[in-house]
Design a protein around this ligand. Structure first.
Ligand code: PEP
Ligand code: MG
Length: 885
């Protein structure tokens, strides 16, 4: 065993000695050998046909980055492992004429692949070199053995081009323009080497040991290429991980028609169905499939042309899936009728497929529910409900072309042909469709700014497809119907007449692969059965329930569809803004005497109806109704016409009216006459809202006898125990007398929001008056920081630039400050009332990291906007699993 280098069999032995449950050791080995090397060793130990090889570990990478050189010590180890590989394969790495003349048995040249392999897979971001070891001697030798000039030429030229590109950054296009006009591979290789020399002012290295040294250095250096750095940043992959390098005997898929190469997924990565999915390209090398230069056949082609190998592949994919307990993305090569597995890794998949695969693996007893939940990412939950076009609208259109669907969903927007235009249009607020002949990993930034990707070449396992799928982008590849002219910023439609230009609108339907020449409206789809099953598993793991912030029946319905367990915040002020109601509200605020009482009566009947609808919709789930919170001036008329209308209604004179309106103005209304302060000044509002809640609940109970309805009344902006004593007193008196006069028995709860630091500090005193606390973290953050929640974005820009805040405390809870207050308030609040229920209803209630914090401090429920309910349910379960881990 080396210090830096390890053979697959050595790593396989090390893995066998790790106890099944020792995740820490497994992780250490993955860090040392990279994901690809680790998995190759596993394939090796499962006795699958993997080309032999060895791993230059991440330790060597670290060493290289310190000294910017491959040490002699490391090179000695590499030579030792090459020698072992020569013995193992009965091939020779450095074919020399003199040695070869002496040899009795004429040995085949040993060519190797040099591939990167970091702990976390970064498809296409790091460099690879194939056919290393080629020089004139090995080329001649290969020709003697194969008698196939075309094959030898293909192998030799590809090597020179790849080496030149990866090691010396010679643009591929330099070679593309070189004419091949003979079958003399040495002569044609010389032309390539001349291009190399012209570009780098050095001879092309013929010595395989020098080739391997330079190649490994270049793969290590590719860790810091701009595309790799960007990819890591986008996927939050630590830059300190580094990469290993895997050296493996080359097998040749380009040996003839009996050879080929391909990629298979053990399950369908688009929808998750349990079927072999992939592509096969006869007489080609592996890079041809993933780079997207040519459009390969679907894997069924292999089934038709060589059933035996297809069945072998099916068997291996089952073995690998069972070994890794996850859907696998397997690269294979067939050399002269013999199948080799080149690598396997957990396959990237669409969000929809990720959920289905997890649910199926649970049912197949391959993974636990806990494991399944940990494997899913929050973004996959968010992306699981895919958009679609209206079937009606689509049925009226003829697609201009059809391609291969590489990820689900639909997208429409303006066409662009490069990353910088994608960025420009995206910044201008437009939806963007990136159209390319084929995408390369350099396009990753452009993909990020795009809603959809369309390519004329490449298959569904090309890098473009893999990346788009992982990012939840709609993607159609291999659309050979169209002709993309990137330099002229257009593509020709199949009729050859029309040109779609930069800035034109198109729509992609990734379910059918159809492309339409107009901007279609997108709609959200219904969640799948598997998704519902997965979410039921999720709920069985959560202790923090997820309620919704909903102010009307429509929002409540949406929230329940997303699986909310109740309403944690109904902001009643939102019920007063309708055209018909705002006038009445204004009268209630501004009128006196009978007019005021009449307005209150009208508002009462509106509110009762609103609450009744919500109680009926919630079917016994908790509905938390917050009494009026904002300062009253927010309801007052602002325009001339509106003012005139109210003034006439109230039969007031202009001067009198202006003075009255002016009396409501405040210097700092967010800190002013609002919430509990307002309720204390206007006890008639408390009474009206209590009556509306209680009578609506009684009526709902009467209508649905089998449902127990317990309304929850919530008081905003409390500061002082005396405030709460006063308000609770009025609510109880009013509610109890209504219930007493009713035939129906009704229980109700009263709670307070904790959204001011003083309230948190005296939480033990407040708790004695109420059944629950709900932390209004929007105001609590505003008042703890002393920063206006409405103006914070101006501050944040500079704070971000100067690295003062890591994140926006209005989005993610500040655990050290606001979080500490909440934690303390819960602790002392429970001293005041041990049965106190604890909720959070500020925006933080729907935010992933904040939910993790709330889960850890004993919050019973979070409440968030309807569209965040799904992800909050997931965050809640994950928080518990991670804490227990
Ligand atoms: C809060 O302050 O967190 C809250 C939920 O109330 P609002 O946003 O309505 O002020
Ligand atoms: Mg508030």
């Amino acid at each position: 065993m080396g210090l830096f280098v390890f053979s697959f069999s050595e790593v396989a032995k090390m893995l066998k000695n790790v106890p099944a449950g020792d995740l820490v050791r497994k992780d250490e080995l993955k860090s040392l050998f990279g994901g690809k090397g680790y998995n190759l060793a596993k394939i090796f130990s499962a006795k699958l046909p993997v080309p032999p090889g060895f791993i230059v570990s991440v330790k060597a990478f670290e060493d290289y980055h310190k000294s910017k050189n491959l040490s002699n010590e490391l090179m000695d180890e590499i030579k030792k492992y090459i020698r072992e590989l020569e013995i193992d394969t009965n091939r020779v790495f450095n074919v020399r004429n003199d040695l070869y003349d002496d040899e009795k048995e004429r040995r085949i040249p040993l060519l190797v692949s040099v591939r990167s392999g970091s702990k976390i897979s970064m498809p296409g971001m790091l460099d690879t070199i194939l056919n290393l070891g080629m020089n004139d001697n090995s080329a001649n030798r290969m020709y003697e053995i194969t008698n196939n000039k075309k094959f030898v030429m293909g192998v030799y030229l590809r090597f020179i081009q790849m080496f030149a590109d990866v090691v010396k950054k010679v643009p591929k296009s330099e070679f593309d323009n070189c004419k091949i006009n003979s079958d003399d591979f040495l002569q044609e290789a010389k032309k390539y080497k001349d291009i190399y020399k012209k570009f780098v002012s050095e001879d092309f290295p013929d010595d395989p040991y020098l080739q391997i040294k330079l190649a490994i250095g270049a793969v290590f250096a590719s860790w810091n290429s701009s595309k790799a750095v960007f990819y890591r940043k986008m996927n939050s992959i630590s830059s300190s991980l580094g990469t290993a390098v895997n050296i493996q005997m080359m097998v040749f898929g380009n040996y003839g028609q009996n050879s080929g190469t391909g990629v298979v997924f053990s399950r369908n990565p688009i929808h998750g169905d349990k079927e072999l999915f992939g592509e096969y390209l006869p007489n080609a090398q592996g890079e041809d499939v993933v780079a997207g230069h040519s459009t390969p056949h679907m894997i069924s082609y292999l089934n038709d042309s060589c059933r035996k190998i297809y069945e072998e592949l099916e068997k291996y994919s089952e073995i690998l899936e069972a070994e890794f307990k996850d859907m696998q993305d397997i690269e294979f090569t067939i050399e002269n009728g013999k199948l080799y597995i080149l690598q396997t890794r957990s396959g990237k998949r669409s969000s929809q497929a990720a959920i289905k695969i997890c649910v199926d693996l649970i049912k197949e007893n391959k993974i636990s529910v806990r494991e399944a939940i940990s494997r899913i990412e929050l973004s996959q939950i968010e992306m699981s409900i895919y958009s679609s076009f209206s079937p009606q609208e689509v049925s009226e259109l003829t697609p201009i072309a059809n391609g291969l669907s590489a990820s689900p969903g639909v997208a429409s927007g303006v066409v662009v042909f490069n990353t910088s235009d994608a960025k420009k249009e995206f910044s201008a607020g437009k939806n963007v469709i990136l159209v390319r002949k084929e995408t390369s990993p350099e396009d990753i930034e452009g993909i990020q700014f795009s809603s959809g990707i369309l390519t004329s070449c490449g298959g569904v396992t090309s890098h473009a497809a893999v990346i788009a799928r992982g990012m939840g982008k709609c993607c159609i590849v291999g659309c050979s119907d169209i002709e993309v002219e990137e330099d002229h910023f257009n593509f020709k439609t199949p009729d050859g007449i029309r040109k779609v230009k930069s800035g034109d609108s198109i729509s992609l339907d990734c379910c059918t692969g159809n492309i339409y020449l107009s901007e279609l409206k997108t709609y959200f789809a219904e969640p799948s059965e598997e998704f519902k099953t997965f979410m039921s598993y999720v709920d069985s793991f959560s202790t923090v329930k997820v309620y919704a912030n909903a102010d009307n029946k429509k929002d409540l319905k949406k929230s329940l569809d997303f699986g909310a367990s109740g309403v944690g915040l109904c902001r009643t002020e939102h019920m007063f803004f309708g055209e018909e109601r705002i006038e009445v509200m204004r009268e209630m605020i501004l009128a006196k005497g009978n007019k005021k009482s009449e307005a209150i009566k009208k508002l009462l009947s509106f509110q009762k109806q609103d609450f009744l609808e919500m109680f009926l919709e919630a079917k016994g789930m908790p509905v938390t109704i917050r009494f009026l919170d904002p300062p009253l001036h927010e309801f007052l008329p602002k325009t001339k016409e509106a003012k005139l209308s109210v003034m006439n209604n109230l039969e007031m004179k202009p001067e009198e009216f202006d003075v009255l309106i002016e009396s409501f103005s405040e210097f700092n209304p967010m800190m002013g006459h609002r919430g509990s302060r307002l309720l204390i000044s206007y006890p008639e509002i408390i009474k009206m809202q209590t009556e509306a809640v209680i009578t609506a609940a009684l009526e709902a109970k009467e209508r649905c006898k089998d449902i127990d309805i317990v309304p929850e009344i919530m008081i905003p902006f409390i500061n002082h125990e005396k405030e709460i004593e006063f308000i609770v007193g009025i609510i109880r008196e009013c509610a109890d007398s209504i219930i007493l006069n009713s035939e129906i028995n009704l229980d109700y709860k009263i709670g307070t929001m904790i959204e001011l630091p003083r309230a948190a500090l005296v939480a033990d005193k407040l708790a004695t008056y109420v059944d629950f606390f709900s932390f209004g973290t929007n105001d609590l953050t505003q008042t703890t920081y002393g920063i206006s929640r409405d103006d914070f974005s101006k501050v944040l820009k500079d704070y971000r630039k100067n690295n003062i805040y890591k994140f926006d405390p209005f989005c993610r809870i500040d655990e050290d400050g606001v979080g500490a207050l909440i934690k303390m308030a819960i602790r002392i609040g429970k001293k005041g009332n041990k049965n106190l229920k604890i909720g959070v209803c500020g925006e933080h209630g729907g935010e992933h990291h904040s939910i993790r914090f709330f889960e850890s401090i004993g919050v019973d429920y979070v409440s968030c906007s309807p569209y965040r309910v799904l992800s909050a349910r997931f965050s809640s379960a994950l928080a518990r699993i991670e804490r227990k881990n």
